[in-house]
Write a protein that binds this ligand. Structure first.
Ligand code: RFL
Ligand code: PHB
Length: 393
């Protein structure tokens, strides 16, 4: 089968790319290893930057997001027993973020692709890519009826996440990886519990970091810093709420509602990682397939959205006037922004978590940094500007 763009992976990156290309009159095929239900049910990101929100709304994917998403004009940082607010709206000239679950974004994208007659195949276990150095790269897979298929493409987009097959299809000597591991994870709960505040609270506490987020005004999404190999089975709801209470002690004691878990608790590993470049021949990588951030800055899905916005415009320019100028600069354009998001996510992670190897001196510096960031206009402006999202280019 001949198709202009073959897309591997139906996460936010692959689905949005397919949608944006469709709006530009360019057809694609999306191949996904997991089932549709699995993709629509996976609880991951929750915070959408201003620019990513604009992309979703302008491309017609924002109806439910506008209705159900919660606009947040700031966050609280809690440390040394007190809480201080960073006012995004005041510090960024009116910008903020929207709290709307990634699985809702994915549902909206799948519905839009299928309603427009888009070709998205789920449950495809054996995708492989070939001839990426040529002008006719191929994607091979077995379809749901058990037939071997081959897509002959102009471009292949690797939107298949960290464990995907696209990046490993590039000769290893072409790629350079930069990585930082953190020796802790996040234990997450999704609970039927009213949030204590209508904004997110990031907590630095001697017992470990905590984050109070939400999915709606009746569902809380809360994380606790934990060991990387923490067993979620050992955490009853009561144990989780008890530990959260301890990390929220302070002058204005916060007592969260103790709702029941809606799902088994999960542990997220923390890592910073970038693989460069994001392109090889006719294979273009986007999203988690080529960079990972620790979730403290809420940047992962937003980066995926920014990458494919650039890629869709570059591919559209190629079909409009044969120009490869933007395609050739794809990796360079995206990496400038990726590295700034890496810096911000690393910085937030470093400022807010407890590290086993930090000396008492470094712990005092951490508190001084939090004090500075929340009391100086320059400090809080920088946090706010990065949190609501830097420009796409
Ligand atoms: P995804 O979402 O991982 O999608 C990749 C898709 O590719 C499929 N796949 C394959 N398909 C076919 N053949 C193969 N061989 C395949 N191998 C893999 C996979 O099944 C999957 O469907 O990557 P994408 O599209 O790049 O999107 C990235 C985001 O999912 C990720 O960065 C965010 O979830 C990160 N993240 C957050 N990002 C934010 O912007 N804001 C947040 O608030 C935020 N919070 C978070 C997060 C991630 C978290 N976890 C669980 C890692 C909070 C957490 C706890
Ligand atoms: C979430 O709601 O899942 C969430 C919010 C903010 C983060 C990370 C995750 O920094």
């Amino acid at each position: 089968m001949r198709v202009r763009v073959g897309i591997v992976g139906a996460g936010p990156a692959g689905l949005l790319l397919s949608h944006l290309l469709h709006l530009a009159g360019i057809e694609s095929v999306v191949l996904e290893r997991q089932s549709r239900e699995y993709c629509e049910d996976r609880v991951r990101a929750g915070v959408i930057e201003q620019g990513a929100r604009d992309v979703l709304i302008e491309s017609g994917l924002g109806e439910r997001l506008k209705r159900e998403g919660l606009f947040h004009g700031g966050v609280a940082l809690r440390f040394a027993g007190q809480s201080r607010r960073i006012d995004f709206v005041a510090l960024t000239g009116g910008k903020g973020v929207t709290v709307y679950g990634q699985q809702e974004v994915v549902k909206d994208m799948i519905a839009a692709r299928l309603a427009a007659g888009g070709h998205v195949e789920f449950d495809v276990p054996d995708v492989s890519v070939h001839g990426i150095e040529t002008t006719q790269p191929k994607v091979r897979y077995t379809d749901n009826a058990g037939h071997a298929q081959e897509l002959v493409c102009d471009f292949v987009a690797g939107c298949d996440g960290y464990h995907g097959i696209c990046r490993p299809s590039i000769p290893p000597e072409v790629l350079t990886a930069y990585e930082r591991q953190y020796h802790f994870g996040w234990l997450g709960i999704l609970a039927q519990a009213r949030p204590v505040s209508d904004e997110l609270i990031y907590v630095n506490h001697p017992r470990g970091f905590a984050l109070l987020s939400m999915r709606s005004m009746s569902i809380g999404r809360i994380y606790l810093q934990c060991k990387p190999d923490e067993d979620p089975e050992e955490w009853s709801d009561d144990r989780f709420w008890d530990e959260l209470d301890r990390r929220l002690e302070g002058v204005d004691v916060v007592k969260p509602e103790r709702g029941r878990s809606l799902r088994p608790k999960d542990v997220t590993q923390m890592r910073s990682w970038v693989s460069e470049p994001m392109q090889y021949g006719r294979l273009f990588l986007a999203g988690d397939a080529t960079h990972i951030v620790p979730p403290t800055g809420a940047k992962g899905m937003n980066l995926a959205i920014a990458d494919v916005s650039v890629l869709s415009r570059a591919i559209a320019a190629f079909y409009e006037n044969g120009s490869t100028e933007l395609l050739d600069r794809y990796s360079e354009i995206c990496l400038r922004r990726v590295w700034k998001a890496e810096r911000f996510s690393w910085w937030m992670t470093t400022m807010l978590h407890q590290f086993d190897d930090k000396s008492p001196f470094e712990q005092r510096l951490q508190l001084a940094e939090l004090d500075y960031v929340t009391s100086s206009r320059a400090g809080s402006e920088s946090l706010a500007e990065n949190y609501v999202g830097l420009p796409f280019e």
